[in-house]
Design a protein around this ligand. Sequence first.
Ligand SMILES: [Zn+2]
Ligand SMILES: [Zn+2]
Length: 350
Amino acid sequence: MLSYDVCECGAPLQRVERDTPTPKGTDVVLRVMAAGVCHSDLHIWDGYYDIGGGQKLKLQDRGVKLPLTMGHENVGEVIAVGPEAKGVSVGDVRLIHPWMGCGDCVVCRRGEENLCVKPCSVGIHRGGGFATHLVVPHPRYLFDIGSLSPERAAPLACSGVTAYGALKKVSDTVAEEPVVMIGAGGVGLMALALHKKMGGKGAIVVDIDPAKREAALKAGAAHVIDGAAKDVAEQVRAATGGGSWATIDFVGAGPTVKLGVDTAIKGGKVIVVGLFGGDVVIPTPFFPMKALTVQGSYVGSLNEIAELLDLVNRKGAPDVPVATRPLDQVNAALNDLRDGKIIGRVVVTP
Ligand SMILES: [Zn+2]
Ligand SMILES: [Zn+2]
């Protein structure tokens, strides 16, 4: 098998050849058909998250070891199954739920492996899809993609379930109140598409990039606002009729979280999804006085992946631009993503 690995933080991925693995126990070996390139790959590649004030949260201190094959949005065809792997056969095409935990704790047994304190995620803690093959430790992480193409299905594993998990946290108001979405990158556009399928009322999108605002309008946003405008907060208040009930921040920078908090109405929720980095000061009286909820949302659970695939198979694939590139161009794809040149999603195919 062939993979493109991070051997040194921030340095170009290296082409590595090794033996194709043989499955043991409940293992399943898949031939990668499509692997999405995600913003969080940039953080993993760099080896840290910016946590504000010049501080870095190092991924090496959080169990990430090099060399690493990144790629956590994968669809593959099953080519070999271990003797104890049940319910999956050679030839099956499956989406891989990448957010694996220890599989053993109370959280994992609830199906919320994405919140396990001992994560073992594909493309972060274990080998991912920027490769010709990958191994999944148990068939429970594999999901039938129905009528979707591998390229359309792959982004559902991160971008899709992240958007879905965030939207579910504001689902109590989604039919009556507009959702304010900050950031129309890959996950933001995915959220716009899913929001419509979930019966959501017109979304208001804030982005500093005119091309991304344009893409958001095409994807069905009811209204777009320039995030760099001096009066952006006033514009959000005006567009929401006084303040937002539900804001999802797909950027997660200090100023974007602050915008969410500043424009929340009484009882409003701000869901922080993006990992751009930074910090924010929130006056503590705002929490009780505004009955404010600020909640983080991290990818999604096994149940949420199943619900999302059900939604998409009933209502059609999210209309997010997807471009495919050959696997050997994965370095170029990552660099273009870093330079903000990608609208929607890039998927690499071996
Ligand atoms: Zn991702
Ligand atoms: Zn666990």
